[in-house]
Design a protein around this ligand. Structure first.
Ligand code: AGP
Length: 613
């Protein structure tokens, strides 16, 4: 979803801004634009379509300004067009802004400003912002250093909704102002130059030192300093956070696509997730957690709340938490949870999973859980992301930047992290035999090597993808924990290959979906739970009888002649099997998408981090 970049320093701003936007392309967008300031004049250039189209604009090379703002837009209000692209300026071109988020009361504000004589040239909610700032700026009678900031603050007081705003103005051509509420924004600290971005990877090649700005805080950037203010415009101090990710970790590194790179990065990502959390002698250890047996004994329910793939990781987590900790665990979709008055209280532990830590629904669900008195724990990949600033506790997957829209290493590292968390709880609760715990720990440590082994099915999967890439529907079946992987495999396929696909609990087939099975249809079965092998095989047999072609992902010894294709994966404790069995499914959706000639990393209509509701 929309991306923001900003630069203030000694260098020509436009190449830095465009470079930053290119690094944000993965977020999904439909138009792009930049604004720089030169000799007190704001120059705005925007295009519909790809960021690289900016290079074709007349005069783009002549922009000499060393201060600028930039944006990739993902349309919410108004069609994708050059007119609707950001930056937007006020009528007199004194203020230019880029904005992520949604201004919910923009219609009321537009009416108010129209009555005051302002005109609007786009269909966006954003265009009201520079005009509102202009309106308040005109009303300021005190002409001091904070005049622009006061106007921005007053404008923000009228805005309802979510926003990360970056502003430049001809009234203070050596400054940039930013503010955020419920939308991500970080400030990168350089030497004689400073950066702004909605996403760390966009400016990682320039700096690893960041300031994290909180909701309703303002920052005023000059070349040499960044000043922070609260919403009463009192100065506040911020410490610099250093990010460990390397700039190359956010690049393709020889792979054709980020998704393929990230699939291959899974062994290392999981090594990082494990880190020092599984010491050889002694219980699981989380630096940032201090749960006690008394607290865990007191909770009667765990809720796992997330969206999309992160929710699928939560489904695996439910199985492991219930098995090891004997605590009832519910999994919910964040956008449902937040509106259905869930039954939670001080005895509920709510776990929120989000790769980006910026998903609007997940953050709103977390805020609701806090209001209801639950303890909240965030599992995320992004240090300092919004979710970590809301949650009582945060633990990190440390999987490195995930750029492809289709989530791969985030899923496997989330499953591993929640497995370690379940063991940590079980050790405190003494809820399960120590031998079981020991075995699981050993198995977790072997996961990276087993994924490396699994990735070797690549050629077999590629071959299979050539046979099925033109299909209209593909079904995924599994029982128990394999059903959760079926759901993830199906989501991945839809996302990047645009093939309609459904995932079902195999036992549910007879209750309706089997009516859809006809000659030649492809059914993918996941079979890893030793206790459910026979039952799963019977279900697959039912679709074979009705003419389905079958691909089976399994670590069990199954009769070869029953199925069209069998992909054999390494054996592992069934509770952890999703970390392995998902890999061939990730590769399958990847290769199908490639066969179809689609843009794997930037699928249509999708954004990497869904920062609006
Ligand atoms: C995954 O392939 C998807 N792109 C999507 O479902 C994603 O997992 C979901 O939007 C949640 O994102 P988050 O983990 O950043 O909160």
């Amino acid at each position: 979803m929309c991306g923001i970049v900003g630069y203030i320093g000694k260098q020509k701003a436009s190449p830095i801004l465009i470079n930053g936007l290119l690094r944000l392309e993965y977020r999904g967008y439909d138009s792009a634009g930049i604004a720089t300031i030169e000799e007190n004049k704001i120059n705005i250039m925007k295009v519909k379509g790809r960021v690289k189209n900016l290079y074709n604009l007349d005069g783009i090379d002549n922009l000499k300004g060393t201060i600028g703002i930039a944006h990739t837009r993902w349309a919410t209000h108004g069609i994708p067009s050059t007119q609707n692209a950001h930056p937007h300026s006020d009528n007199s071109k004194e203020f230019a802004v880029v904005h992520n988020g949604i201004i919910e009361n923009y219609n009321d504000l537009k009416t108010f400003l129209t009555e005051k004589g302002y005109k609007f040239y786009s269909q966006t909610d954003t265009e009201i912002i520079p005009n509102l700032v202009h309106y308040y700026y005109q009303k300021e009678d005190k002409d001091d250093d904070l005049k622009v900031l006061r106007a921005v603050k007053n404008a923000c007081a009228d805005l309802k909704g979510s926003y990360a705003i970056e502003l430049v103005t001809s009234h203070a051509p050596n400054k940039m102002i930013v503010v955020r509420k419920d939308s991500p924004l970080v400030i990168g600290k350089g030497d004689g130059e400073n950066y702004i971005s909605s996403d760390i990877p966009a400016i990682l090649s320039f700096t690893k030192d960041f300031y994290l700005i909180d909701d309703n805080e303002f920052a005023v950037l000059t070349r040499d300093a960044v000043e922070f203010y609260n919403n009463k415009l009192e100065k506040i101090n911020k410490k610099v956070e250093s990010i460990q990710w390397s700039a190359t970790s956010a690049e393709k590194d020889g792979y054709d696509d980020y998704m393929l790179k990230e699939i291959h990065e899974q062994p290392n990502a999981i090594r990082e997730t494990i880190g020092s959390r599984l010491p050889e002698d002694g219980p699981c250890y989380f630096e940032d957690l201090n749960f006690t047996k008394e607290y865990l004994d007191s909770i009667n329910k765990i809720y796992i709340v997330a969206c999309g793939t992160a929710m699928h990781a939560g489904l695996v987590g439910k199985n492991i938490l219930e098995k090891l900790c004997k605590i009832q665990t519910e999994v919910d979709i964040a956008s449902e949870f937040r509106y259905r008055d869930p039954l939670i209280n001080t005895q509920t532990l709510c776990i929120f999973i989000s790769q980006s830590g910026e998903t609007a629904d997940t953050i709103a669900a977390l805020k609701l859980a806090k209001q209801k008195g639950a303890t909240t724990l965030a599992i995320t990949n992004v240090i300092g992301s919004s979710i970590t600033r809301e949650a009582d506790y945060s633990i990190y997957t440390h999987a490195g930047p995930e750029i492809a829209v289709a989530s791969t290493k985030a899923y496997t590292s989330q499953v591993v992290l929640i497995s370690i968390l379940a063991i940590y709880f079980a050790e405190l609760l003494e809820s399960v035999d120590t031998k079981i715990i020991k075995n699981l720990k050993t198995e977790i440590l072997k996961l990276p090597a087993k994924i490396e082994e699994t990735i070797k099915v690549d050629k077999q999967i590629q071959e299979f993808s050539r046979k099925v890439f033109q299909e209209k529907d593909i079904f995924f079946l599994g029982r128990g924990i394999d059903c959760t992987v079926a759901q993830e495999g199906s989501l991945k396929l839809k996302e990047i290959s645009y093939i309609h696909s459904e995932a079902y609990a195999a036992g549910e087939l007879k209750h309706g979906p089997i009516a859809l099975i006809e000659k030649g249809i492809t059914v993918i079965g996941i079979i890893t739970d030793p206790q459910l092998v026979e039952k799963s095989v019977s279900n697959i047999q039912e679709v074979i009888t009705r003419g389905a072609k079958t691909l089976i992902i399994t670590n069990q010894d199954l009769p070869q002649n029953h199925f069209d294709t069998i992909i054999k994966i390494p054996e592992v404790n069934y509770l952890l099997s999703p970390v392995i069995s998902v890999v061939p499914l990730q590769l399958l959706s990847y290769y199908i998408s490639k066969e179809k000639g689609l843009d794997v990393d930037k699928p249509r209509n999708l954004a990497k981090s869904v920062t609006v509701e």
